[in-house]
Design a binder for this molecule. Structure first.
Ligand code: GLN
Length: 585
């Protein structure tokens, strides 16, 4: 049976057929090709970075690409996951709360993603169970194969239809051998069978161990990992070997021998300084050519697009490597021991720094025991500070003390979401004279609830997926710092994830004391950006949004650019004061 036949045969498994491949409306067999990326040996190999870099290489050849991450866990989204364990929650424009890898894809591809680009086992099973209740399975017993795997295939094909992509990149979470991901792997095998020859490329990422005592690379774990994949009925086309150092020819030959993968389809993916050099590393090794060859899509590539995209990227890498100005920015938060909890902020700082020729050194500040008296000491030597998003009461008073110190001592400040709210609390207490002003998240009985729960949040119960989430339009007030930063655009779009807001009853009081709300929601009195006048403070800005989620290597986010620019100026004034020299921005 040809692939075309398989696709047309069915529809729903019934008494007449065992196949189960319902096609979403508009699906064009053969139009979209698929690349499946699996991890073997262990997690934490940077599968997302690898897949997104490879997807970028293909995009830079003029192909349209659409990534999707398949997560094994049963949560419906990543919103309820603890950032300590799982890294930051990344919010997409449509409000989907996802794994941080989606951030890597958005940054690498400079492409906005949506819920179509993210699946969890929870979502897949929910769809299956909803269909079961509606009687859609026509009296059949509902099984892992073909129904659950069928739902995975529908999800992949829905993305193909919606994106009209040349290539859908599918990253399977976890490691081959995990029980929770096994049905995803099975679905990809079925997919390749149904779609037919030249339609799917299977890529395995593996790890080459170098025990320090032995002083040589050992390939056994990688061989066993690949064997695990072969046992699922999948023959990888390409194997990428993660390692500390470049993988030796001898090791690559061994892996070729055990995996049936020719040596020119085995790649060394050794550690490098920045994730942004990986696309060039993959291109240099010819990985994109191999994928294009496997999928037979040479005729869809455009050489022109490629040249421009590569030049722009190399320009970015050049600036990244040559940045010399040093700035120190403090991140003041609760999860500061886990860098992944603030991944997007770190990237946003790097993008802004690179655009300004600056290397941003991040200092982590734990505020658990910072007070007004000790803020000076805690923030000594910093050129700028960020209070990032957060929840709950722990460390809040320390953050407020740091914000006060930044405001009074003209230290560049960017408050993100919770950091915006705490800046309002600090200002209300210390400038507006509203004693004990607070957020009702910290103190439900405060006499001055300057930050209070959004009205739409009052009726909601439970903590899953119900914050004010996703992209929203923001009106920018003309002739403000925000207006300058956003090039005088009257309306911009930012991404949100919050339950609390500035209580509208206090807006006038706060503004009359000198704080400017320079960004607002178009239809409601929801304050979205705050600032102090630049003659009072060089850079004191807060936003109810999460601007870090929208920063891209070649398009740094304006509020971060503003912070880093002000921090560079502060750093240089310090140098100037001590040496009598300086540079201008
Ligand atoms: N806890 C605050 C709120 O719910 C801030 C949220 C955040 O920083 N993402 O509004």
């Amino acid at each position: 049976m040809t692939s075309e036949n398989v696709l047309n045969t069915l529809a729903y498994a019934s008494d007449e057929t065992e196949f189960y491949a319902p096609m979403p409306a508009g699906y064009k067999p053969g139009k979209t090709k698929y690349v499946f990326v699996f991890g073997t040996v262990m997690s934490g190999l940077g599968k997302g970075i690898f897949s997104s870099s490879l997807a970028k290489c293909l995009k830079d050849r003029g192909l349209t690409v659409a990534p999707i991450k398949l997560e094994g866990y049963l949560n419906l989204d990543s919103g309820t996951l603890n950032p300590y364990r799982h890294g930051e929650v990344f919010v997409l424009d449509d409000g989907m709360e996802t794994d941080m890898d989606l951030g890597t894809y958005e940054r690498m591809l400079d492409q906005d993603l949506s819920q179509l680009n993210f699946a969890t086992s929870g979502q897949i099973f929910r769809r299956v169970l909803d269909k079961e209740r509606k009687g859609s399975y026509l009296g059949r017993d509902v099984q892992m194969i073909p129904h659950v795997t069928g739902e995975v295939k529908i999800k992949l094909r829905e993305l193909a239809v919606a994106s009209d992509a040349d290539v859908v990149f599918v990253e399977i979470g976890g490691t081959v051998g995990d029980v929770e991901n096994a049905y995803y792997i099975e679905a990809t095998r079925e997919m390749a069978f149904e779609e037919g020859p030249d339609s799917c490329a299977f890529v395995a990422l593996t790890y080459i161990i170098s025990p320090p005592k032995l002083g040589e690379q050992k390939s056994k774990a990688a061989q066993l990992g690949i064997r695990g994949l072969l046992a699922t009925g999948i023959q990888p086309h390409i194997i990428a070997c993660r390692a500390q150092e470049p993988v030796t020819r001898k090791v690559l030959e061994k892996i070729a021998l055990y995996s049936n993968v020719p040596i020119d389809r085995l790649f060394s993916m050794h550690d490098c300084d920045s994730i942004y050099v990986i696309p060039d590393m993959l291109r240099g090794a010819g990985l994109d050519d191999q994928v294009i060859d496997i999928l037979r899509i040479q005729d869809r590539c455009h050489a022109e697009t490629g040249i421009h995209a590569r030049e722009a990227w190399q320009g970015f890498i050049g600036r990244l490597k040559s940045a010399t100005r040093q700035v120190r920015i403090g991140i003041i938060g609760k999860y500061t021991s886990v860098r992944d909890s603030y991944a997007s902020i770190l990237h946003a700082l790097e993008h802004a720094g690179t655009a300004l020729g600056a290397r941003v050194q991040v200092e982590w500040i734990d505020t658990t025991d910072v007070t007004d008296e000790r803020a000076d000491e805690a923030l000594a030597g910093l050129d700028g500070i960020i209070v990032p998003g957060g929840f709950g009461v722990r460390g809040a008073e320390g953050k407020i003390a740091c914000i006060r110190h930044a405001r009074e001592n003209r230290i560049p400040y960017l408050g993100i979401c919770y950091g915006f709210q705490m800046a309002v609390v600090e200002f209300a207490r210390n400038v507006c004279g509203l004693q004990d002003a607070s957020s009702t998240e910290l103190d439900p009985d405060t006499p001055h609830p300057v930050i209070d729960i959004l009205p739409e949040q009052k009726q909601i119960e439970g903590l899953g997926g119900n914050m004010r989430l996703g992209g929203r339009d923001v009106q920018v007030r003309p002739n403000t710092l925000a207006a300058r930063l956003f090039n005088n655009a009257p309306e911009i779009r930012l991404r949100f994830r919050h339950r609390y807001e500035v209580e509208p009853a206090y807006i006038e009081r706060i503004e009359s004391a000198g704080m400017i709300f320079s960004g607002k929601a178009p239809d409601y009195p929801i304050m979205q950006i705050l600032e102090l006048p630049t003659d009072v403070h060089p850079y004191f800005v807060g936003t109810q949004a999460h601007p870090e989620l929208q920063s891209r290597p070649l398009r740094p986010q304006p509020l971060f650019l503003g912070l880093v620019r002000a921090a560079v100026q502060r750093a240089e004034q310090r140098v100037l004061a001590s040496t009598g020299q300086g540079a201008s921005l």
